[in-house]
Design a protein around this ligand. Sequence first.
Ligand code: OMP
Length: 289
Amino acid sequence: MVSNNAGLAKTVAKINMNFNQKILKTQQEKNSLLCIGLDSDVNRIPEFLKKSKNPQLEFNSLIIQATKDLVCAYKLNLAFYEETGNDGMQALEKTLELIPEEVIKIADGKRGDIGNTAQKQADTLFKHFNFDAATVNPYMGFDAIEPFINYSEKGIFILCITSNPGSEDFQHLSFSGKPLFEHVALKAKKWNTKNNIGLVAGATHIGELKKLRTLLPEMPFLIPGIGVQKGDLEKTIKYGCSTDGYNAIINVGRSIIFPAETKNFQENIRKSAEKYSTEINSYRNKYYK
Ligand code: OMP
């Protein structure tokens, strides 16, 4: 009886948590900041999976089996599933069912639109697919992302400083004494009344990441750009975590999911995920313990 009550209390506590508390709890329980990007490009799926009924789903299933104990999150970039039509939508739905409940499921669609459209985007990702979080684009302003924020138990990652070269075009433009990405960060802080907002900050912009951490010491940052995009992992951890060494969600996609050698596919994927996870934790120990 006692253990049943304790179990119930734990479940109720989890239900009552807001998203930013949830992500922290998952990272603490799993001792992991690693997020694997399931950007399952149908053209790069290994030959031995191409004959299966739904190659993307099979591919994801093998990756999840091999890595689910090592990650705090998986991020699925929707473009890779939209490309394959009905099969892609089915792969998305079924992949989400394969991910353990405690692991955070992030929809990366960089959404945001006029209010009634944004509402549909949020309902699709949070109600239909049951993702835990989504990336959104702040360019259209508050009402374009408000429907996402209103799902208070879900997470919203607002693009702030992106990892790509084109981030220079607008995000660094200065007005009222600050670059645009800092204005975005300050708005995110103001809008974070439900404690479910985070920022996207690319690992290829360390100076900006450092600045963002001083502005928002505890906010979760989704940090892509490690691996193929050549972000500096050590500096990302040094400057990207909250004071206790958490709240950075380090996304690695292609460098993990497409190993050079597909012969021992799951073994290779796991080795690579372990390598990233170990390296991340060694820098956390160096800078935060
Ligand atoms: P890899 O370069 O393969 O690790 O994948 C990076 C993933 O992060 C892709 O899904 C990108 O769309 C996404 N991403 C960036 O690369 N840069 C950004 O600034 C923002 C994102 C994102 O929002 O996740």
